[in-house]
Ligand binder design. Structure first.
Ligand code: PLP
Length: 413
């Protein structure tokens, strides 16, 4: 097989609608971070999300997390409860603001924020610091809905705003309502590997016009109403480009098809792995996942070909190399890494032209967060050691899925 099968690659509409709207940006002479495409994309997102929400299109999902935190009043010395099992974009913006993440562990069913641990953490932070955390960030890991009913109940009881990180959960629903519309704010990402893309981009789902205007103001360098540049607060240059928004408009025409395709692939994996001892497909009991990435766990007792040599050579570059710049020359091991059979499976699939990847390494196990407070039962750490992500995107065909399943079975020693 010469073709390489990736986890989730950008996939354009069949009839080139993205290109048509990119061209429109040039025709309109709006090659700037505002314009008709941005307005149209936001309106379409508002209709898609529902619940009367206002959407502000931004340069990336990380910017959306950052601005949501600012809008929740997070500042130096404050604490924010955030799911530990996530990509770094959920927690890094907390540190941009001089605030501190309080990492919350996951529960075994959804792999997302455990509401019981969240409440224990809130109580303990109040007891030890005398202050409430300023926000709560649950994450729809791999698209799986979090226990948002219970999380909202706790958040309301303690009067703490929720920022839903639905970057991976675009199109996922909880009881028929789109993720990102339950909390005060909802974060979306349109990075090249997400459910839909604008090449790079994101959006913040806001409760009303007032909140959306404030986000828009922060996203455009916080300018006051004067005929010259007057600044009374620090702003950011976070608005989405009108060119990128053109791609977004085209992608909205395939959003439902993409979600359906990811779910279809999930069904194929689910059925296949039900018959394989030692491999579990991650489903969770809450309906509505978009299955952005399909994930499996490998029993530690499963033997994989080449396992004895796992971690014997250093990888070249970092995982998810799209962004390019990584530090080289690390050691072969860290104090928290996937089991040898998971690494052997990754290498086996890699040689067969299949990209597979470990799960996100929990943030509280990252050296950069060594000092952070954490409330966990260890579930996310256990999952990190035995789990992996499989190709799931719109470029992955049924034949690809059958080939991947065949290779995974073949890798078992
Ligand atoms: C992708 C992602 C984001 C946003 O990332 P950007 O690349 O900045 O758009 C935020 N949180 C999670 C969990 C993500 O996977």
């Amino acid at each position: 097989m010469s073709k390489r099968i990736f986890l989730c690659l950008a996939h354009m509409s069949e009839d080139g609608i993205e290109q048509k709207y990119i061209q429109k940006a040039f025709d309109d002479n709006y090659v700037v971070p505002l314009g008709p495409n941005v307005n149209q994309f936001e309106e379409e997102l508002e209709a898609y999300m529902g619940q009367g929400k206002q959407v502000v299109a931004l340069s990336c999902g990380t910017a959306a997390v950052h601005l949501a935190l600012i809008a929740c009043g997070v500042g130096p010395g404050d604490e924010v409860c955030v799911q530990s099992f996530t990509f770094c974009a959920s927690s890094h913006p907390i540190t941009y603001l001089g605030a501190k993440p309080v990492f919350i562990g996951s529960e075994a069913d959804t792999w997302n924020m455990d509401p019981a641990l969240l409440e224990a953490a809130i109580k303990d932070r109040i007891a030890t610091t005398g202050r409430k955390p300023k926000a709560i960030i649950p994450v729809a890991l791999y698209g799986m809905p979090y226990r948002i009913g219970e999380i909202m109940e706790i958040a309301e009881r303690y009067d703490i705003p929720v920022i839903e990180d639905a970057a991976e959960g675009f199109g996922s629903e909880y009881k028929g309502q789109k993720l990102g519309t339950f909390g005060r704010f909802g974060v979306l990402s349109f990075n090249g590997n997400k459910m839909i893309t604008t090449s790079g981009g994101g959006a913040l789902v806001c409760p009303d016009d007032e909140a959306a205007s404030k986000i828009m103001w922060y996203a455009t360098q916080a300018r006051e109403a004067y005929p010259y540049y007057q600044h009374e607060a620090i702003g950011y240059n976070y608005r989405m480009s009108n060119i990128c928004a053109g791609i977004g408009i085209g992608q909205m025409t395939v959003a439902d098809a993409h979600v359906a395709h990811h779910r279809h692939i999930a069904a194929m994996y689910r059925e296949a792995f039900a018959k394989v001892d030692g491999i579990d497909f991650h489903d969770g009991s809450i309906e509505g996942s978009n299955f952005w990435l399909n994930t499996i766990t490998l029993s530690p007792s499963l033997n994989i070909k080449g396992q004895e040599n796992a971690y014997s050579v250093a990888v070249q570059g970092a995982v998810g190399g799209a962004a390019g710049v990584v530090h080289g020359g690390g050691s072969l091991h860290t104090d928290c890494e996937p089991n040898a059979n998971v690494e052997a499976m990754r290498v086996y699939l890699d040689k067969a032209g299949i990209e597979a990847r470990p799960l996100w390494k929990p943030m509280h196990k990252q050296p950069v967060y060594a000092e952070a407070a954490v409330y966990t039962n260890g579930i996310e750490e256990d999952l990190f050691k035995c789990g992996m992500c499989l190709p799931s995107g719109p470029c992955v065909t049924d034949d690809d899925v059958r080939y991947i399943i065949e290779k995974i079975k073949e890798a078992i020693a």
